[in-house]
Design a protein around this ligand. Structure first.
Ligand SMILES: [Zn+2]
Length: 210
């Protein structure tokens, strides 16, 4: 994929997520790994109105090289993409239901959403670590995010929102969407005797899609 295509895709997926309420205002940010660095959503930008020509371009050492100034949450993306060399993109949202789970779950918890559907398991996997609360923009959370990302494709920032990686930008977006739906189901079923997939069923899915 060329950088021009990556710029178009990032803006198109951002607009789609914004239009469906996965982010509001200037919340949420996206990063895509390129052959020669990274593309990042600019600080104070809305996912609904990104301009391909103004996206932040970062060098392989994460220094800002061109475009608008990057999001102040750039270290979240650096933490995940450094921990997961095969990941090509990271999506961070404040989507409502995943954020609700991030407020209910205990920091340090490993799987705050049960494996209710195969799609959640296929896209997100078995683990969804909950990183303790840090003030937004506090780079002190980077080591904790990095440690959590070593063992999971996606994680929740306590009282803040989800951070989701994927092999491609499309994969990361689809996983973030699946996570939001799984969180909504988990909340809908919270006080009901819902049937989760068994450990063997999860293993079977992960043997193919993990
Ligand atoms: Zn955030």
């Amino acid at each position: 994929m060329t950088e021009a295509q990556a710029r178009e895709d990032l803006c198109r997926f951002g607009a789609s997520l914004f239009a469906r309420g996965y982010s509001v205002g200037s919340a949420g940010n996206i990063c895509v790994r390129l052959a020669d660095g990274y593309l990042m959503t600019p600080t104070n930008s809305s996912l609904g109105s990104l301009d391909p020509g103004r996206l932040s371009k970062l060098a392989p050492d994460w220094s800002h090289t061109s475009g608008d100034k990057p999001s102040k949450e750039v270290f979240l993306h650096r933490a995940v993409l450094t921990a997961r060399p095969t990941a090509g993109a990271v999506v961070h949202l404040h989507s409502t239901h995943a954020t609700a789970i991030a407020c209910l779950a205990q920091p340090g918890e490993w799987a705050p959403i049960p494996p209710l559907t195969p799609y959640f398991v296929m896209r997100v996997g078995r683990g969804l670590p909950v990183v303790p609360y840090w003030r937004p923009g506090d780079a002190g959370m980077e080591p904790a995010v990095h440690a959590a990302a070593l063992g999971a494709k996606a994680l929740l920032l306590a009282n803040h929102g989800p951070v989701v990686s994927g092999a491609t930008l499309a994969d990361a977006v689809y996983a973030a969407e699946e996570l939001e739906e799984a969180a909504r189901l988990a909340l809908l079923l919270r006080d009901l005797p819902a049937r989760s997939l068994t450990s063997a069923q999860v293993d079977d899915l992960l043997s193919t899609f993990g």
